[in-house]
Design a protein around this ligand. Structure first.
Ligand code: TPP
Length: 271
């Protein structure tokens, strides 16, 4: 796709995210964490990953795991736009009896490889899948996306060592560095940086990109950057709440119940 087409897809995904959040039952949805990753997800689903909508369980499909599971609207949006799940089902998000819960949990649901929501697990599971691909001599690539606050979880660093030890070149971890976590600024709560130096020290091939710039993300995901015998980590610098003025870098939008007024404003801004 051309860059302008990818940008339009990302806007479409953000519109969908706002509409689904508005329809959500209960206390609302994690809007800021989802808006932050939409450009990364657009490039992954419309440019990078190999999958078959008509054969969702295709053995050689690339795998994606959303480790920061609370950003799930950032995953449901591309699954709906690709046709892996229906718009009708999308409208049931976070309501009673839905399969589209506030965190990825839908066992057997297209595009959900593993449940997540308890932070710190995605990289361990993704590492296991990447090792399995190697052992079975399958060509698929495994991607997982984590938050910068999520790096507080010790299990991530164990998984990082595992991936380097087993030379998992078919594994790419993306870190959504938006500077915030649930309780405030990441640097104030538990400094994650210098992120690139840390991942390099753990034996990874490390790249950096503006995670809200689809052109930069497309370049970062280019397979020419993969290094033989090393897993790859893309440090994606983003703005939490990107795409909607009221949510941008405003951690009050970490989890919100959206008013009709805000929905209308967001949809106008995202036209
Ligand atoms: C093990 C665990 N501890 C705490 C939480 C509660 N929690 C939900 S979101 C969040 C913040 C995560 O921050 P970050 O990874 O930076 O993601 P962002 O909010 O920026 O999308 C926390 C602590 C959780 N889901 N899992």
């Amino acid at each position: 796709m051309r860059i302008e087409q990818l940008e339009e897809k990302a806007r479409q995904m953000r519109r969908l995210c706002m509409k689904m959040s508005y329809l959500a039952g209960g206390e609302g949805a994690h809007v800021g964490p989802a808006l932050s990753i939409m450009d990364i997800m657009t490039v992954l689903y419309f440019e990078v990953m190999n999958y078959r909508v008509e054969e969702p369980d295709w053995e050689d499909r690339d795998r994606f795991l959303l480790s920061k599971g609370h950003g799930v609207l950032g995953l449901y949006a591309p699954l709906i736009l690709t046709g892996l799940i229906t718009q009708e089902e999308g409208n049931t998000f976070n309501q009673t009896k839905t399969r589209l819960a506030g965190h990825p949990s839908g066992k057997g649901m297209n595009g959900i490889e593993h449940p997540s929501g308890s932070l710190g697990h995605g990289l361990s599971v993704a590492g296991g899948m990447a090792l399995a691909a190697r052992m079975k001599a399958r060509p698929y690539h495994v991607y997982t996306l984590m938050g910068d606050g999520e790096l507080d979880e010790g299990s991530i660093w164990e998984a990082a060592m595992f991936a380097a030890k087993y030379k998992l070149w078919n594994l790419t971890a993306i870190i959504d560095v938006n500077g915030f976590q649930y309780g405030g600024a990441t640097d104030k709560l538990m400094k994650a940086g210098p992120i690139m130096d840390k991942w390099r020290a753990f034996g990874w091939n490390v790249l950096e990109a503006d995670g809200n710039d689809v052109a930069q993300m497309k370049e970062a995901f280019d397979k020419k950057h993969l290094v033989k015998d090393q897993p790859t980590c893309i440090v994606a610098r983003t703005v939490k709440g990107a795409g909607f003025s009221k949510a941008c870098s405003n951690n009050d939008w970490h989890h919100v119940k959206i008013s009709q007024e805000d929905l209308e404003l967001a949809l106008r801004e995202l036209e």
